[in-house]
Write a protein that binds this ligand. Structure first.
Ligand SMILES: [Ca+2]
Ligand SMILES: [Ca+2]
Ligand SMILES: [Ca+2]
Ligand SMILES: [Ca+2]
Length: 339
């Protein structure tokens, strides 16, 4: 029994250190005359509500993703935690049944009672291409429904990447979150050094998608080690303050500046003050001290050359935790051998 306890402790320590590795992974990046449309909606109504899109007339739609963010499991035992659950729920976008969710992601809380969020992502490129075909307007509004899972899905993000010859050269990156609430760092690597961020026309925007957040629950974000915000979260794109509607994403209709305060922080951020000419990379650190929010999505737009986004080298304390775990396992193994 004692041996079992030690093995369990050692395994748990290794698992903890593993879970703390960076988890903001690249869903895709696009370079050229590219632009980005991001919006979200959350509610417990049926339909859920309308999601907005802004796509220049004549643009080529390169990629569109629909993210649907469920409440955590096992906090709610009937939260969706499989792709089959999402694909069978009756989720729709502008009346189109979305049954091709093929990627699960989502944060893991350091609180066992909350557990894990299972956010699903579907490729809706062909759906959005058809909806926008032949349009004579830049602005779209499409109804979203969460079907039978409305009470256990906080909301949807619609992210669209397009290109248009009138746009400046730049990069878009979409990131699947699932940040460990305890804190994680990702590195954005650039193919060419940054031009002067203070020059006219330079743009560097970060948008975050966060679910299951309200009522003072908030996250900290640092860029290159400097504080961007301590108040990311809340349900700015959710219609009511109840589970199944706690949803926010930085994007259309939000202030491109960095808003101060929990109520006004809209999860759309200007990174220019944190960047310098000649930079070849920058870091994004997120942490949710309240351990109950799901940072499941991030978008980047940069008049620069994003090549990839990679996990940062684990923090020193992560190494220490991992080594401690390995040490306990080695100790247990030695004791077992001598018996
Ligand atoms: Ca809902
Ligand atoms: Ca928003
Ligand atoms: Ca907010
Ligand atoms: Ca803002």
């Amino acid at each position: 029994m004692r041996r079992f306890t030690r093995w369990t402790l050692a395994a748990a320590m290794c698992a903890l250190s593993g879970a703390a590795s960076a988890n903001l992974t690249l869903a895709g990046s696009w370079n050229g005359n590219v632009g980005l449309s991001v919006d979200g909606i959350g509610s417990n109504a049926s339909p859920t509500g309308d999601v907005q899109a802004v796509i220049p007339v004549g643009a080529t739609i390169l990629q569109a993703y629909l993210y649907s963010a469920g409440t955590p499991f096992p906090w709610y035992a009937d939260s969706p935690n499989t792709l089959a659950a999402y694909n069978g729920a009756g989720i729709t976008l502008a009346g189109n049944a979305i049954t091709n969710f093929d990627t699960l992601m989502g944060a893991t809380s350091t609180r066992a009672d909350i557990g894990q969020w299972y956010t699903a992502r579907a490729d809706v490129t062909s759906v959005v291409q058809a909806l926008a075909a032949g349009a004579v307007t830049d602005n779209f509004s499409w109804s979203v429904s969460e079907g039978s899972l409305s009470n256990r899905i906080d909301g949807e993000v619609l992210a669209i990447v397009y290109s248009h010859a009138s746009l400046p050269m730049g990069s878009v990156a979409l990131l699947n979150g699932g940040q460990n609430t305890g804190g994680e760092t990702s590195i954005v690597n650039l193919g060419t050094p940054l031009t002067d961020p203070t020059a006219v026309g330079f743009a560097a925007q970060l948008g975050l998608g966060i679910s299951f957040s309200c009522c003072g629950q908030q996250s900290t974000v640092e860029i290159n080690g400097s504080g961007l915000t301590t108040t990311a979260g809340n349900f700015n794109d959710g219609l009511v303050a109840s589970d199944g509607s706690l949803f926010t994403v930085g994007g259309i209709g939000d202030d491109p500046g960095n808003n101060v305060g929990y109520a006004s922080d809209d999860e759309l951020y200007d990174l220019r003050p944190f960047l310098a000419a000649g930079d070849t990379s920058f870091s994004i650190f997120t942490q949710n001290p309240t351990n109950d929010d799901n940072i499941f999505f991030a978008s980047l737009y940069l008049t620069g050359d994003i090549r990839d986004v990679t996990p940062a080298i684990p923090e020193p304390e992560t190494y220490a935790l991992m080594l401690a775990g390995l040490g306990v396992m080695a100790m247990v193994a030695r004791r077992r051998k001598t018996r």
